[in-house]
Design a protein around this ligand. Structure first.
Ligand code: GSH
Length: 309
């Protein structure tokens, strides 16, 4: 039974999207297993599990694989509903922080690092995005990006102030808070003084940030990638029809071979049979010699499904 398996997070410490998920595991007080993945290709443990999805983080529970922090957090919330963290506008905040604000974080960080960025990393990220990873252009864009970055941090301050609340969803921390915090954590992890400077004068945000940074990451224990593969190989994926998906979405493709890919960067095609497509999630099934049959879940927002030709 998949339900009896531990949460395994495939991630790396410096990854901001992974840190967001680690904080949610902390907020829920969960015990979990950690497999540290490389921060660039090749990723020989991850790829057989995901069928080609390479980004971090990925969550594995037995033979059920969850790609993208959005799908991961939704599944953690579904399996562990207490304390409730899907509060208020958590999901739209998550997408804004992942996409718009994050791009400004990237421009500031890599623009400021300039020549210190490892050429192998630059090559890897060019493959990931399909565009030049131009640190010179980023360096030129870093100053204006700082203004935009601070303006978006200001939205957190004003949201807390105008509603008189401690967290974006009200009195308790939720997914929206962890999502928005990701950009502050990312910038502060590389340039702490710059983060402090750009957050100057945001008193409520400072209290909010401090509270989030006391959450911790739950009870983490390291395992090897080989062990994680063995877990998948020895498990059966959860029954989607009994488990976690109602009807909805791309009915005409259910049961067909499809290709799923991200719609932003890291668009590697992932092939499998479409098991479910609801308004929020896409689930495919695929078989790999190393892992056996696994179900892979993606969020609907941010991913495209098309029939395999
Ligand atoms: N939308 C994805 C974005 C994930 C993402 O971009 N992760 C970065 C690391 S923080 C990544 O995978 N970069 C390429 C790599 O590490 O190989 C999510 O929410 O999980």
């Amino acid at each position: 039974m998949s339900g009896s398996h531990d949460i395994i997070l495939h991630h790396y410490d410096a990854s901001p999207f992974s840190n967001k998920v680690r904080l949610l595991l902390g907020l829920k007080g969960l015990r979990w297993k950690s497999v540290v993945t490389p921060n660039m290709m090749p990723k020989p443990v991850l790829i057989p599990l995901t069928g080609g999805y390479r980004r971090a983080p990925v969550m594995q529970i037995g033979a059920d694989i969850y790609c993208d922090s959005q799908a991961i957090m939704a599944e953690i919330e579904r399996r562990h509903p207490e304390p409730k963290t899907d509060l208020g506008a958590s999901w739209p905040v998550n997408i804004w922080a992942d996409r718009i604000w994050f791009q400004h974080s990237v421009a500031i960080i890599f623009g400021s690092l300039g020549d210190q960025v490892d050429p192998a990393f630059i090559k890897d990220r060019e493959k990931l995005s399909g565009r030049p990873f131009d640190v010179k252009a980023m360096a030129a864009a870093a100053e204006p990006a700082k203004e935009q970055w601070r303006a978006q941090a200001g939205w957190i301050e004003s949201a807390l102030a105008s509603a008189g609340i401690d967290y974006l969803g009200g009195a308790k921390p939720g997914i929206g808070d962890l999502a928005a915090h990701m950009n502050i954590w990312f910038l502060a992890s590389v340039f702490p003084d710059m983060a402090d400077e750009l957050l100057q004068g945001f008193e409520r945000l400072h209290q909010w940030r401090e509270a989030i940074e006391t959450i911790g990451q739950g009870d983490r224990a390291e395992i090897s990638g080989a062990d994680a593969i063995q877990v998948a190989a020895g498990a059966e994926p959860a029954d989607v029809s009994l488990g976690h998906d109602e009807a909805g979405g791309a009915h005409d493709l259910i049961g067909k071979q499809v290709i799923v890919s991200a719609d932003d960067y890291g668009r590697d095609p992932i092939a499998g049979e479409l098991l479910a497509a609801t308004s929020q999630r896409i689930v495919i099934r695929r078989t790999d010699p190393a892992t056996g049959t696994v179900n892979i879940t993606f969020p609907q927002v941010g991913f495209i499904v098309r029939e395999a030709t």
